[in-house]
Each structure stands twice: as C-alpha cells, then as structure tokens.
Design a protein around this ligand. Structure first.
Ligand code: SF4
Length: 242
C-alpha cells in the first residue's frame, strides 16, 4: 500500500475544550464532558490536561492501523457499494464495552497499544489515498470522535482531491462536536451497541444517549450520505429481548 510516515507532520491543536477554574479543563467532544484535573486524562484515554502544558490530544493525526477495506466492511452497504475505502484507526474510545472487538486499541491508558502510532498529515493521507486508486477515507477501528480536529482539517484537504470522508462511530458526541463533524463528512455508520437504553447508558457510562441525535447527525451529513445505514453490530448481550 505504501504507508509513508510523514515525519514532518506537526501536532494538530485540540479544540472543543475550555479551562475550568484553576488547574483543570473541561473537554467538550462528547457527552461525558470530562472535567480533567492537572496531569490527568479523560475517560477515553486520548485527551489530557496539565497546568504547565495545557490541553493536549497526543494521538491526533497518529494512526496505528492503515488498511484498504471493502466499503461494505464499515459497514456502509448503501454508500458507494462495491468500492474500497482507505481505513485508518488510532487509539482511544469514549465507551467501555465488555465485548469490545478492538480492545487492544480502545483504552491506551489502561492497556498500551500493541504497536507504533504513525503520524500522517492530511496532505500525505490524500496522496496515499490517490496513489492506491481510492476516493474515500474512513476513520474506523477506534472511536473517530477522538480524531475530530484532524478529521475536520483533513476533510477539506481530501475534498480538494475529490476524496470523501466517512466515520464509523458510536455517535456519542456533544451537540457542538456533532454539528461540526457532520458538516465535513459524507457518510457515517453509527454502531448501536444495544437497544436497551439502561444497558446503553451503563456501558457508555454516560448521562444520556439520545438515538435522535444520531439520526439528526446522519440527516445532516453532507450530500451523498443520506443512504448511509445505522450500523447495528452483532454483539453478544444477555437480554433475550434484544
Ligand atoms: S472525548 Fe469524551 S471521554 Fe474523552 S476526554 Fe473528551 S469528554 Fe471525556
């Protein structure tokens, strides 16, 4: 595939956060709204704060997996069917599911990632995608919301090269984040982990998961995304009603 690490790639500044009193910061990417104190990280294990260095998100633009998949594997069956898609995965997740299929990369603060993360600029991603004869990129394998700043910047660069952006997500976004990300992506698959609301709240460890938010986000995604399905992952549960 020719995965060229972009050694000159500079760190992208994190957004969607604000200082909270002295020595703490509030992250606003997802509904957890983590209050992160000095030297600590959010529950996703991908966003941090220190009084000395400010807010940081060290995995932005850094990927542990790069692969070319059939688009149906995302699964985005009704969006560009029969094509292949450049698929990127990093580390971190804002859910803690006992049945996680990507547990080795989902919580780097609890378990070190099983390999190196390689930085890739949006420009290098566009070149790599074109070089492989592809016209779409998916942020997948881990929760792409944690790549939000990169995705927004990269989407414009990719779009200039005729490359569409897609995400495979759990959809647990803050309204501010959801509004912005939905304007730059062309397709989204939202994995519903369970149909039982109480269970979803428990596994997400969040205050509320609102399915209507997901539907709105899908409706709001640009152009050809309207046919993107809501993904229902075939996950083991112990409730017969699901
Ligand atoms: S992305 Fe969500 S889980 Fe991670 S630090 Fe921000 S609010 Fe917390």
């Amino acid at each position: 595939m020719g995965y060229n690490v972009d050694a000159a790639f500079a760190m992208i500044e994190p957004r969607w956060w604000k200082p909270e009193g002295r020595g703490a910061a509030r992250c606003g990417v997802c509904v957890h709204g983590c209050l992160i104190s000095d030297g600590k990280g959010g529950m996703c294990g991908a966003r941090f704060f220190s009084s000395a260095d400010g807010f940081s998100s060290p995995y932005l633009g850094r990927f542990i997996s790069t692969a070319i998949d059939p688009v149906e594997k995302k699964p985005l069956y009704h969006w560009r069917p029969g094509t292949r898609i450049m698929s990127l995965g990093s580390v971190g997740c804002n859910m803690i599911c006992a049945f996680c299929q990507n547990h080795s990369i989902s919580h780097p603060a609890r378990r070190p990632p099983p390999g190196e993360l390689n930085g890739m600029s949006p420009e290098a991603l566009a070149v790599l995608t074109k070089k492989n004869g592809l016209s779409s990129v998916a942020y997948t394998y881990n929760e792409p919301a944690l790549q939000g700043e990169y995705i927004v910047i990269a989407a414009h660069v990719l779009n200039d090269s005729g490359i569409a952006s897609a995400i495979v997500t759990n959809g647990i976004f803050s309204p501010a984040f959801s509004g912005e990300i939905s304007r730059v992506i062309s397709a989204a698959n939202v994995d519903v982990k369970t149909f039982a609301k109480a269970r979803e709240q428990r596994i997400a460890q969040e205050r509320a998961i609102r399915a209507e938010k997901v539907a709105k986000m899908q409706q709001a995604t640009r152009g050809d995304a309207s046919s993107a399905p809501t993904g229902v992952a075939p996950l083991r549960t112990d409730e017969e009603t699901e």
